[in-house]
Write a protein of this length. Sequence first.
Length: 236
Amino acid sequence: MKSKTTLKFLTCALLSTGMCMNANAQSVENRQVNKAYWTSGIDGYVLSTAIDSRNIKPANSASVSTPRFTAFFHIGANVNYDITKHVGIFTGLSIKNIGFIEKYNNPDSTAKRRVYTFGIPLGFKFGNLKYGSFLIAGGGVDFPFNYKEKGFIDRGNKTKFNEWFSSRTPAVMPYFFIGAHLRPIVAVKLQYYPANFMNPNYSETVGNTTVKPYANYDVQLLMLTLGFDINYRPRS
């Protein structure tokens, strides 16, 4: 049932994208410089992993976690300003679903940790802005507002919980990105979060003992996104 729902969602997204591409292609040549305009700035599909730099075997080495794919729930809107026909800037607001998957061998189990975040990007555009094909680069900050953790042991014995404004993760998550906007509306982006995704100082009481479940964690997110940047420009 879940796979059918996902297939329907992807099909609707692709059909909607096709209709928007046709409408957007007709108006892209009308972009004017020195005028602000809106774009959707949606990170539609996100493939992420985590670079795990904990003291693991072999000692002091880094590993990459199991890839995590998500298409829900990512929305956003950007304000753009083209300084010239080849250089522009943008900022905006976004909501993203980001996280990582951790596998254990003894016993065979999986933990999934994710947060929903409010984000503010700040980026630069270089290329043929009027045509709609250009490079993007910049950074931003995300502010987590909901944390969720799921656990599975031998594909059973599921546990899960979520917390609003949890202190299990940092309150601020800075990131950097590079990518490209492809005519007319597709945007491909690589994002890197250099700070630890988990808060190693977080503590909780289990029984009569205070523990720090993330004390040894040192994980940085790496994300590849396929987005849709639909333009809403003023008339010429």
